[in-house]
Design a protein around this ligand. Structure first.
Ligand code: SAM
Length: 629
């Protein structure tokens, strides 16, 4: 049985576990994951003193283990695996990191330290997505850690030595194995039991959900939304299937969040029955722990986290710490012209949010920040973050009025009444126009490939991307389809600024930019029309005008490709879409069946939806011979 639906998604992928630990293998096997085992040759010799916290050491070691395997396989097998999983478990007590004991005396020293006390077990996990370009390995690293508290009973010397002589402590972090004889030493466990065994399956499943089902199944997050890893996430879904996929994931997430440490035990032979009486005693405490409304608290503080990231982005903190730069709070404060105490608080907050790392030498970016928050990185979300801070944040400040009045709050937020959002609000000055274009550019850059390849578009020779903005989707379309020419159609004040968004060194001769108003002007002829993030902005009468125009121009066999976030049947998710609607214009988000109905109304047939798992989903319909109203 596979409790985590995303594990099914990995079936067609070559997954490698970079660990020789039979316990990790058993945990992942029981979860239904299919993988090869290639033990890492990375020597666990990182300087522990250089890490500010023990989990950082565990995460870094896990990452290095996985990278060593990925690199070795890339060279040896001429092709890297798709995913490499690395893990490292450490035990910490009294500020010391304990790994595997070197000999019996070392095991005794470790167990004596743990005797009668509470200690922490940290497992760092790295999930590495690999691809190879010209035999060069390219990796994308996702990492996390899990902490579990374990309390040892007061144990006699005799019992400790008896346990040591059993031989069990020798290959185990901290010198004990909780899943076997070592379970007898333990009075209680707070947290994920399997984390102590060696692999935090619960957190791992949540992380996979976050990576492969970002907005629908977890608040973005992905942050870390993610670039979307190269795992097949496309599905053709009806509303019902969408809902059931969503609710399965939701159920699993709820279960994982709501259950105590023992929930993961249900997955196999590492379950309850092997935990032992001593551990069961903790259930009362765990019940209390699970009563803590963590979901609510996350919501309560969510706005603080967003604003901290916005401000750090605005002050270009991530640009400063780009690459391997390690800077102290004072250096950062000097560079960004801010107070040292305020900067330190901001940097610590970003560290807590896993955007930065902190060591004795200073702060540095996490991979996530390097990839998405540095303003000139290829997949930077900086433009979108600035738009969110300057435009969306003020609108949300007036959310109460928006709800009471049922209108957008442009006037209250910006002193502008938006008749046409694009003319009056987004583009009212050069600065706001460029900020908006930057925001659109950063999102579509991440999602364009998934939209372009959601369906096989190779039969089309000409496409017209209406409201195509900076032409980013067009760039990906011409890369994917060598016979396709694309016209990007947008308002004049957008087209006049597209030059600063064009890639260097890429042949863009099959892209043409045409300016005009798709409501008032003629639109270019094409076999494929594209509306990416256009429909949700407009009220029904405008949509009617636009789709009628497209339908009239479309010859039989031609098609309309729509890219939007597709809502579930009940329209209560994904959260990104429903939350966006709160501050929106006169338009609305739609479900898969609503898009089908809409496209069919304008003469399109065989309408299919694909949920990409990325920012935008894709809907394609083909023009019928007769136009049915
Ligand atoms: N398609 C791009 C994407 O997915 O990133 C941009 C989407 S953005 C939300 C909407 C785009 O529609 C903007 O580029 C805007 O300038 C353009 N647009 C709005 N009104 C328009 C009109 N009347 N005629 C042509 N383009 C328009």
């Amino acid at each position: 049985m596979m409790l985590c639906p995303v594990i099914k998604k990995l079936v067609s992928k070559r997954v490698v576990l970079a660990s020789a630990s039979p316990r990790r293998q058993e945990i992942l096997n029981c979860a239904g994951l299919r993988f090869e085992v290639v033990p890492s040759k990375f020597k666990e010799t990182l300087d522990k003193a250089s890490f500010a916290a023990p989990y950082e050491y565990a995460v870094e070691t896990a990452k290095q283990k996985a990278l060593e395997v990925a690199n070795r396989m890339n060279v040896k097998d001429f092709r890297p695996p798709d995913i490499v999983i690395g893990a490292d478990t450490v035990v910490t007590v009294d500020g010391l990191i304990l790994e595997k004991p070197a000999d019996k005396q070392d095991a005794y020293n470790m167990l004596s330290r743990l005797n009668g006390k509470v200690h922490s077990v940290f497992t760092g996990v790295a999930i590495i997505h690999c691809s190879s370009k010209d035999k060069q390995l390219e990796t994308e690293v996702f990492e996390f850690y899990e902490e579990t508290k374990v309390k040892f009973s007061d144990l006699s010397e005799e019992l400790l030595w008896e346990y040591i002589h059993s031989g069990e402590p020798m290959d185990k972090a901290g010198g004990y194995g909780i899943q076997a004889l070592g379970g007898m030493l333990v009075e209680y466990v707070h947290g994920d039991f399997l984390n102590v065994v060696g692999f935090p399956l619960n957190h791992f499943c949540k992380k996979l959900m976050e990576l492969y089902y970002p907005p629908a199944k977890d608040a973005m997050h992905h942050e870390e939304h993610d670039s979307i890893p190269s795992v097949e996430t496309f599905e053709i879904l009806s509303d019902e299937e969408y809902e059931s996929a969503n609710s399965t994931q939701q159920n699993v997430t709820n279960k994982l969040e709501g259950d105590s440490a023992f929930s993961s035990g249900a997955i196999g032979s590492l379950g309850k029955k092997e935990i032992g009486d001593s551990v069961v005693k903790c259930s009362g405490d765990l019940e209390n722990l699970t009563k803590f409304p963590s979901t609510l608290v996350e919501l309560l503080d969510g706005f603080k986290a967003s604003k901290a990231m916005f401000v750090a982005s605005k002050l270009k903190v991530f640009d400063l710490l780009k690459g391997k730069a390690l800077l102290k709070a004072k250096d950062v404060a000097d560079h960004i012209n801010a107070s040292v105490c305020g900067t330190e608080r901001l940097l610590d907050s970003c560290t807590a949010l896993q955007l930065l790392r902190k060591t004795n030498q200073g702060y540095s970016n996490t991979e996530l920040a390097d990839k998405y928050l540095v303003s000139n990185s290829e997949y930077s979300l900086h433009g979108y973050i600035m738009h969110a801070d300057d435009h969306v944040w003020p609108l949300f400040t007036h959310l109460e009025s928006a709800v009471k009045e049922g209108t957008n709050q442009n006037y209250r937020a910006f002193g502008k009444k938006a008749q046409d959002l694009f003319q009056d609000s987004y583009y009212h000055s050069m600065e706001t126009k460029l900020r908006f274009m930057n925001a659109m550019h950063s999102i579509i850059k991440l999602t364009a490939r998934d939209v372009a390849t959601a369906f096989d578009l190779s039969r089309f020779h000409s496409a017209c991307d209406l409201g195509g903005c900076t032409g980013t989707l067009a760039q990906v379309l011409i890369q994917e389809y060598p016979n396709l020419k694309v016209t990007v159609f947008d308002l004049p004040n957008v087209i006049e600024n597209v030059s600063c968004f064009q890639p260097t060194g890429q042949d863009t001769s099959r892209i043409t930019f045409t300016s005009g108003d798709f409501f008032k002007d003629n639109i270019p002829e094409a076999d494929l029309y594209i509306l990416s993030r256009v429909l949700h902005d407009w009220p029904d009468d405008k949509i009617d005008a636009l789709l009628s125009k497209i339908s009239d121009l479309c010859k039989p066999g031609c098609a309309l490709l729509v890219a939007e976030i597709v809502l579930g049947k009940e329209k209560t998710g994904p959260p990104r879409a429903v939350l966006q609607a709160l501050s929106m214009t006169e338009g609305k988000q739609r479900s898969s069946s609503e898009y089908k109905q809409l496209l069919e109304k304008y003469g399109f047939t065989q309408v299919q939806t694909k949920i990409t798992g990325n920012f935008l989903d894709a809907i394609l319909g083909f023009k019928k011979t007769t136009h049915i109203q």
